[in-house]
Write a protein that binds this ligand. Structure first.
Ligand SMILES: [Ca+2]
Length: 72
């Protein structure tokens, strides 16, 4: 039940982000290994996100955190 609530919270957040407006896939959907960050390989499942990856990776660790993704 807790997991379902967390999922709903994530979906709600995603629905209000501009990433949603841009038509970028959900963070949770892109995070295939569910480690809480998107690798370039995971991000490349979405063409728009892949294009913005370097710009969004503000700490340049080669991964997009949820916070970095939310800046899309
Ligand atoms: Ca990941």
């Amino acid at each position: 039940m807790k997991r379902i609530n967390t999922t709903l919270a994530i979906l709600t957040l995603t629905a209000t982000s501009s990433a949603f407006a841009l038509g970028i896939k959900d963070f949770a959907e892109l995070d295939v290994d569910q480690n809480g960050a998107l690798s370039m390989q995971e991000a490349s499942a979405d063409a728009t996100l892949a294009q913005k990856f370097k710009e969004l990776d503000t700490n340049q660790d080669g991964q997009l955190s949820q916070a970095e993704y939310d800046e899309a």
